[in-house]
Design a binder for this molecule. Sequence first.
Ligand code: SF4
Ligand code: SF4
Length: 316
Amino acid sequence: MEYRYLGQTGLKVSRLCFGSLTISRLQANLPIAEGSGLIGKAMDRGINFLDTAELYDNYEYIKEAMKGRPSGSLIIATKTYAYSREMAEKSLRKALDGLGLDHIDLFLLHEQESELTLKGHYQAIEYFLRAREKGYISAFGVSTHHVECVKAAAGWDEIQVIHPIVNTRGLGITDGSIQDMLKAIETAHNKGKGIYAMKPLGGGNMSGSFRECFDYVLGISHISSIAVGMQCQEELETNVAIFENRPVDPEIEIVLSGRKRRLLIEPWCEGCGNCVSACRQGALYIQDQKAAVKPELCTLCGYCAAKCKNFYIKVV
Ligand code: SF4
Ligand code: SF4
């Protein structure tokens, strides 16, 4: 496994970052022993970087996975929607307690959009900067689906790390193309920001061409690490093989290609209907002010996901 420094944070992270949303109750809802076992296996394969969030509600899995391991063997990035000092303090306390740690490596503001939203969260930002001074966190950053946020964050000294969405089709980028995003990332990188990407497979919508998708993001030199959601050992072994530039075990590839996938519409769907009109199969409809899918008609093409500006549709 290759490791790279995350900007100027001093954190040296594996190029493959364990994206932990997939094991949580929002997606696979794995039993604690199974989810923590998977994280443990990832660490055994050389993955030393894990991405989580308060929203994922999965600190227990991570705490369990770290039991008996030397401290510092897993670099943890977590995220919060806090905008006030009090909310930020609560989030930090929840992470420290939930993970059983006295220090968090990287805290990010979740889903930031622009200069304006950064300013609106300034109380929380100030709190995290003080927490950094006191040694409760090592680094501070933002996660985003917005090109405008990457551009804005590049100019903020307070922000050390940016976690943007990057994939070949630009799926999930709310306000521009993948080219716009790459340009903004290059600027941020040149200003010393650490970059780790999310959703290289477009939230599972491009899983059919996973090798090409990974190769594309791995080829972007400004990106130190890529968070990839995994929920079973076959996915872990496949991802590690690709990141280590080794052939994928054909038997594992057969298991993965035979795995039944489904369309997931997040419960916070706002029922705007944009995805419904994008589906040529007639597989989507609105019910009780939320989008719903007829699985028998859905081909898992992922076109609807591109129409959801909030990225509430995924293939899992
Ligand atoms: S586009 Fe997104 S928010 Fe709108 S109905 Fe579809 S899933 Fe819901
Ligand atoms: S994945 Fe494709 S077929 Fe399925 S609901 Fe979305 S657009 Fe329709």
